[in-house]
Design a protein around this ligand. Structure first.
Ligand SMILES: Cc1ncc(COP(=O)(O)O)c(C=O)c1O
Length: 393
């Protein structure tokens, strides 16, 4: 080949093999991938050989984290796919499973935007969501006798009431009736609870939260027991919707996950100390933390999870006014609607994360005006307790 002119040289990256062995996984920002030969390109396009084609289909940064999520699972042969947000992950699974006219059974006290999504799209697409208390197994059985549900949707621990749901029992009822089970596992992460090992079909995590752990990206994961469905149906929806995680978010997620186990240990032990303090405070009417023996779901959580998590909620005796006063007076706890970061975050579901859920629907499932949610961080627990105590005076 003749020597190229300057503009030609500058405008191209030659795809040459470089003898570089990066210690930390590199960030691949390239939107497309070059093939060594026409034959190899054909093999990859036809799905006969593994390889990356285009960043909306797959990319090495997503693949690296997906492989880690699969390796974490006790259940064999699972497949993980990463999405641009937790909501994109939830929406993709519904899109893959639900058709107009279908019915789904949904736990009442779940993340507000999931309720908003179901209310909005069931009206638009013509499926029906039946919200119920999934603790009452007789009621669940009766609902399955009355309706032909395609899906049972559960979130455990629930946001923000921190209730724990019996995944083995619910999966057994759902499967007996031909329904798939989807579990939002965001509060637990696959480290503390593995829904697929408890017979659910899909685990969903908003990896924006504890999995990333540093508040530096938005992403979501779906882990599925049916590898074929994941690789063909769900992967196709992700490709067509263009909802894959970005390389940068996947790279940051991988970095965050390296410390997941040490972070979760400290989140859990700090949350326990704060919960014990709040359980004795005179301004607190009730406290929701699965680690407390007084929590009605403590025994179930101890059996189903291997740690009680870093999130708790508590109801103030003086309701809405007291909740807002607490939010105004905290100094260490950051007032923000997210959770799972290294610092302690406080929020008021009725006026923030669950504001879009109709008041009647919200209150029916325990999301009252006086409820405050705390995502307990990695600070010294005494400092968190001191901040809350001072703000509640
Ligand atoms: C339990 C739960 N599921 C799903 C989501 C949605 O995740 P994302 O914000 O990454 O879309 C959230 C967000 O707060 C959540 O708390």
């Amino acid at each position: 080949m003749s020597k190229k002119k300057t503009e030609t040289l500058l405008s191209r990256d030659e795809p040459k093999e470089r003898n570089v062995h990066s210690h930390i996984a590199p960030l691949y920002l390239s939107s497309t991938y070059i093939y060594p030969s026409v034959d190899e390109a054909q093999e990859i396009f036809k799905g006969r050989k593994k390889g990356h084609i285009y960043g909306r289909w797959s990319h090495p940064n997503a693949e690296l984290v997906e492989e880690k999520l699969e390796a974490m699972q006790a259940k064999k042969n699972t497949k993980a796919l990463l999405f641009s947000s937790g909501m994109a992950a939830i929406a993709a699974v519904f899109q893959a499973l639900i058709k107009p006219g279908d019915k789904i059974l949904v736990q009442g006290n779940i993340y507000g935007t999931t309720v908003d999504y179901l209310n909005h799209f069931s009206a638009q697409t013509g499926f029906e969501s039946v919200f119920a208390d999934l603790k009452k197994m007789n009621e669940v059985e009766a609902l399955f006798k009355k309706h032909k549900f395609k899906v049972l949707y559960c979130e455990t621990p629930s946001n923000p009431t921190i209730a724990c749901y019996d995944l083995e029992k619910l999966s057994s009822i759902a499967h007996k009736n031909g329904a798939k089970v989807i579990v939002d596992n965001t509060f637990a992460t696959p480290l503390l609870q593995q829904p697929l090992n408890l017979r659910a079909d899909f685990e969903i995590d908003s990896s924006t939260k504890f999995l990333n752990g540093h508040g530096t990206g938005i992403s979501g994961a779906v882990i599925g027991a049916d590898k074929n469905f994941m690789e063909k149906d769900l992967w196709k929806i992700r490709k067509l919707n263009g909802s894959i995680i970005s390389p940068m978010d996947a790279w940051l997620l991988n970095l965050g996950m390296k410390t997941l186990s040490v972070r979760m240990e400290k989140h859990c032990s700090n949350a326990m100390k704060v919960a014990e303090y709040l359980s004795k405070h005179k301004a607190v009417k009730s406290i929701n933390y699965l680690g407390l023996k007084s929590h009605p779901d403590h025994k179930l959580a101890a059996k189903q999870m291997c740690g009680f998590g870093g999130v708790l909620s508590f109801e103030l005796k003086d309701g809405y006014k007291a909740a807002l006063k607490l939010m105004k007076h905290v100094k260490l706890c950051h007032l923000t609607a997210s959770l799972g970061t290294t610092d302690t975050l406080i929020q008021h579901p009725a006026s923030m994360s669950h504001y879009f859920v109709p008041k009647k629907q919200r209150e029916e499932f325990g999301i009252t005006d006086g409820l405050v949610r705390l995502s307990v961080g990695l600070e010294n627990a005494e400092d968190i307790i001191e901040d809350l105590g001072r703000a509640m005076r």
